[in-house]
Design a protein around this ligand. Sequence first.
Ligand SMILES: *Cc1c(COP(=O)(O)O)cnc(C)c1O
Length: 421
Amino acid sequence: MRTETKCLHSGYQPKNGEPLAMPIYQSTTYTYDSTDDIGKLFDLAADGHMYSRISNPSVAMVEEKLADLEGGVGALCTSSGQMANLIAVMNIASGGDNVIVDSTIYGGTINLFGVTLERYGVHTTFVDLSLPDEEIQKHIDDRTKAILGETIANPALDVMDIERIANLAHRNGIPLIVDNTFATPFLCRPFEFGADIITHSTTKYLDGHAIQVGGVIIDSGNFDWTNGKFPGLVEPDASYHGVAYVRDFGKAAYITKARVQLMRDLGAYPQAMTAFLLNLGIESLHVRMERHCRNAERVAEYLAAHEKVESVNYPYLKDNRFYPLAQKYLPNGCSGVISFCIKGGKENAVRFMDSLKLAVNVVHVAAARTMVLHPASATHRQLTDEQLVAAGISPGMIRFSVGIENIDDILEDIEQALASV
Ligand SMILES: *Cc1c(COP(=O)(O)O)cnc(C)c1O
């Protein structure tokens, strides 16, 4: 199956007489004939669901669909995108270890790693991953466990050179984790360029309708965890009577450990109903993404030609510094998200935003409706001025998330709002 077909058919194929729509198994637990059957589940010696903090049949269907869309061996859904990135890193890094994270990454991820995880002893070094290899290499030491960045950074819109960064990571014996939220597997499949682990905030385009908060971790199955740097995946797990993940689960070692160890303990698993809603969104992902991209290309061109606009950041504009990388990694479009600055700084940015009639002013991005946000006073409010600059955000910058409405209505709305500035 190709991507568009997978969006509809992966994960659940009803048999004779079964419901066409994915069923919602809203149950905390599952019944078995004997205590021995349940004992085997606790030893990880048999497949099956036991408790919905660890797995659930409805969520499992969406996990299979997402793994299939990205070309991975397995997936673990989480209660948010934040939880996906946290578990993705916690699964391989412990106190005293460090990770390299792109400095233009989403503001929430900067807080999560730079402030919160730091308190628990895992250090994050923020590095601009668009710098040459030598500059990034300087920050890697023998306690570095991963490199993490976004395919298209939110909201700086830097495009990662996935192949180059994956090679750099592999030369150091560590995996590359790619947050593929803005691209979605419809626009880019990072495993094809050497990434090892993919995360998503499914809250964004995958859901597409702003109705559920969720995340996912997907394992390519390609990384060799036996190189001595990842004892947690190789040595026996005391909390499972000596299960050794690589020995017992092979290519699915990483994603199995994330589920049976961290998800078991942290309990940040989505509900069946949430999985149903997410699945419904994914069914139309390909159609929506195409419209988001075509509409955003028109908006970017319109803004770039407007006298009241100081600068437009959209990787498909030919003078954008990420244009060549966007052509390579995002041949079908580079999402609906644009950032731009209006002449006159923050004051005019706020006036423009408050004058919009169709575009909604919300703390959200990457969904069907056209949405607008001022990062410096919202999602990136906790960042210092220095961090704002590093994250590619200026005080007057507007993040414009182009929806799938009629393009003429979107452009007319922008035009009338710019007229008020
Ligand atoms: C929104 C977002 C997150 C966080 O996801 P939540 O679902 O809000 O927890 C992580 N990464 C990126 C790129 C995002 O846009």
